[in-house]
Design a protein around this ligand. Sequence first.
Ligand code: HEC
Ligand code: HEC
Length: 353
Amino acid sequence: MDSMNSSFVKLIGLLTGLLALTVVLTAVVGGLVYLGSFGWVFSDRPDLALTEEKPPVNIPANLSLADPAGMWLAPDWTSVEAEANADDIRYGRELVANTAAFLGPAGKVKAMSNGMNCQNCHLNAGTAPLGNNYGSVLANYPKLRARSGTEEDIPKRINDCFERSLNGQPLERDSREMKAMVAYISWLGKDVPKGQMAKGSGIYEVPLLDRAADPAKGKLVYERQCASCHQPDGQGVGKPDGTGYLYPPLWGAHSYNSGAGLFRLSRFAGYVKANMPLGASYESPILSDEEAWDVAAYVNSLERPQKDLSKDWPDISKKPMDHPFGPYSDGFSEEQHKFGPFGPIQDAKSKSK
Ligand code: HEC
Ligand code: HEC
């Protein structure tokens, strides 16, 4: 009895001991894991413990940029058949979508532009809402443009993009290709009343930051959100047959030049905010406003072809806030006109009006 009792007591003692050990071990392991989650115990960089700065978390700013109600939509494509100039319209669309195949460095009509397609920037052949579409072109041209100080018609405006965005030569005004592009762009905008801007045409206006856009922050955005397609060196990826790009270049010799619309920070930020990375749209944008401005600052501080702009903006007081080349009629520096903060420039502009 006694010996049984004492071995029972020993057993209980042993079990209790084991239980206690388990509790202690659990506590120790648990504690280690807990502390480890702060980057403490397991960090090989004790200097970073607890204060380690994580890369900025990209919280998708996926609030729609505009109400889809009333958005401009292109006319139904199948209705082209009924038009007297259907062949021109169809060829025009083809030229906008696959410009390089006809007019790029290896173009079958003429080599006169850099290998990009109009569609690279005017998405879905110029029909995407807030994708730099052509909805309001017919309704608003010809018009006096402050950049040239002259009245511009649609062919002149198309050639602006050839000479700047496609860093190329102007197309003959009476060529079959020019007539076709004008026919297509005019057909797209045929239902927009003269003088009006269709909802969602052109480029989204990103709210201004109260600081200058920061190329260093933009580089991080670029690496995370853009480099996989446009490549770390920004040169994009060409199609194997040499006509156009799978992913167009963002800087360097084959990109848009310093006179292009996208070289203005607000144009670049607005285009990208509503359309990039590929898959973003005005209804589900991916970049925050800050990311859009910063990545614009990064891309537009890298090398690209330069255009002689001495004839642009003959009235310097008409230069937009983000035209990055002086002289200016206000007291702000070239640097501020390039990167911002743009608020004070805007304020000065509205006061002088
Ligand atoms: C690198 C980008 C890029 C490429 C490529 C490009 N454009 Fe543009 N285009 C722009 C930008 C930016 C604007 C100005 C939009 C704004 O400020 O609202 C513009 C404006 C226009 C406009 C005036 C739109 C309006 O509503 O006032 C027309 C027309 C146009 N482009 C035609 C073309 C054609 C045709 C091609 C091909 C030959 C082409 N673009 C290629 C970026 C580009
Ligand atoms: C998944 C691939 C992909 C990613 C990621 C991506 N892009 Fe693009 N990007 C494209 C494609 C494809 C086009 C041309 C669209 C077309 O032709 O329909 C384009 C066009 C552009 C253009 C206009 C054409 C040019 O080359 O100048 C700009 C500017 C641009 N992207 C900027 C960006 C920026 C900035 C980012 C990152 C925030 C980004 N993209 C991320 C695929 C991508």
